[in-house]
Design a binder for this molecule. Sequence first.
Ligand SMILES: [Fe+2]
Length: 149
Amino acid sequence: MEWSEKFNIGIDVIDNQHRQILDYINALEKIRATGAREQIKEVLDDLIDYTQSHFSFEENLLSQVNYQYLPSHRGIHELFVKRLNDCRQRFANGESVEHDLYRLLSKWLINHIQHDDQDYVDAVRDNMLHYLRSQEQKKGKSWFARFFS
Ligand SMILES: [Fe+2]
């Protein structure tokens, strides 16, 4: 699956992380036909770890801008992480889950980016503008101000 411009939500740091997840999904798809189980496990672990840290990053950003739908967004992330961990468990039990996982991930990721993530962009931008104005007076930059030019 190829990255498309229409997947960009317009916040560079998030777009780059989404691209990285897509790279892992593609790596999994590539390796599942030929790879040994150990190799598949490695990609699977990396993919799940990276996805979880991306979610934490996103939730941290959304909490800094007081995004009003953060609780439900977080709930969506939690449910998805649970499904990923179920897959990991099934794989550990000897089942072959790579194909299901590829379909789940690619469908879920694109849908999540284009709907749930797209929904917070305005809130992040509005809050950033407000925040940057207040920071200008203090002459400091927070970690998340760096992502906006
Ligand atoms: Fe999200």
